[in-house]
Design a protein. Sequence first.
Lengths: 272, 280
Amino acid sequence: MSVTSVRRAGNRVFIAGVALLILWVLLPIWLLFVNALSAPAEVTGFPKRFIPSFDLASLSFFFGFSGVVDALWNSVKVAALTMILSIGVGAPAGYALSRFDFPGKETFRFLVVMTRAFPLPLLALPLAVMFIRTGLDDTITGLALVHTTLALPFAVLITFSLFSGIPLELEEAAWTLGCTRLQAFTKVILPLAAPGIAASAVFAFVISWNEVFAAAVLTIENRTLTAFLLQSIDVSPLPLKFAGGAALVLPALFFIFAVRKYLFAMWGIANR
Amino acid sequence: MPRLLPYLLLLPATAFLCLFFLYPFVQVAHDSVMRNGVYTLENFSRMAGHWKFSTAFWNTMILAAVVVPIQLAMALTMASIVTKLQRGRSTILYIFAIPLGISDLAAGLIWLSVFEQSGFLNSLLVGLGIVDRPILLLGYQNTWIIFIAIVLAEVWRATAIMMVILVAGMGLIPKEYGEAADVFGASRWQKFRRVTLPMLKPSLQTALILRVILAFEVFAVVVALGGTQLPVLMSETYHWQFAMQERGVAAAFAMVILGVSVAFTILILRLLHVPKGARV
């Protein structure tokens, strides 16, 4: 075989590998949606078709099931609160890390990085007691506080990398033109950092939206969708599970699409 | 004022982490050695004495030992592909990254649709004439199929995290190293083995630590696919906390998970140690 034919064969193997990996990621999601978009009788029936019948009975059964709409709404509320809290608390810290050198900076970074070496959902156990004492048990706020702990390290690290990417000179120019520090920040830095901050906010939303363990431990009446699905997993019929799964997955597809440009800023800088 | 400003900006985040990260860990350690108001190791002995404990412990460990190496290999392959691509790079990266946004519970349900008795795998097997009628795949008689289903779901769901970290890491490796290897006539495999892998150590370290800790936390996937038939540490923790209302024993389980997580973090840091001067 000549060199070119070897290379061409190699390219074909490469393309086949890529196609296989794409299929590996997408096919399972497709199968879930086939189930969610088929009638309950088809979901429990046999054999399965690999194309949905676009019957909305499963979905309407799911949304009509007692507690589901509330759980969905709770999930949205917890995730939204997590998003606001983690950006509100994390962004100032990210800005401070990127702009100032001060004693204690390394200690703080160590604290943030350390959170990644611990199984954070376990925090829910002791916090359950603390929340009962403070009246935060089984509330949206209590769960959002725990989810913020999960999202905060990412919020700090991504905003740190965002602000580091904006030249200090821009800020200094604004100062010399008579802006105060705050004005320079809101008029010059914020517009530049806004898309990245939005991306890390979306990411915080996803973390909270997907979290299962802490949600299941900390909520009883005000369950989120994940807690609802988990706690009723033994008793719920298949159509309900699959429709619920689809309801969990669909927003995630959009979220990851929205933040795809910032994935590296979020995970890549975790290296340093 | 300017000297105080950074501390002011850090104050909310620090306070938050102290209150909701440091304090709960002290508290959970305290709860694990406290029973009816006295310090004791009874929680641990109750935990270790329960017949499910060693099963749960070893299930968790074996799952991690099977899942993580597969994921490492796949993540390296996917990252190499993404790095090599010229056209369609962002689309393929998006597709590869999709599972990153998917909840472990949803991933469990996705693979349940494949493995349940009237599911897609049975439909395929019957359609191809391999079996005559659908078989119960996720039953207690064949726990090994449950195990395989969990491995597939975990590999499917959580490889993306490692992939993204490794893609970012590969982007940091200076092109000159690869070019130098080309000049000396290195094959693709040699280049990968001798240049990319050693240069990738810091990213490998991060990816492995994150992934191994998440592997010890495996929970919703196991519950969705196996119910209580395949106990793992996290599902036992949940069971003791919620169903048995034994907070002390749940805390003891938490300490075990915490212990193995920290031990493996240190081990990975040691094994993949990168001397300061050798960093890019």
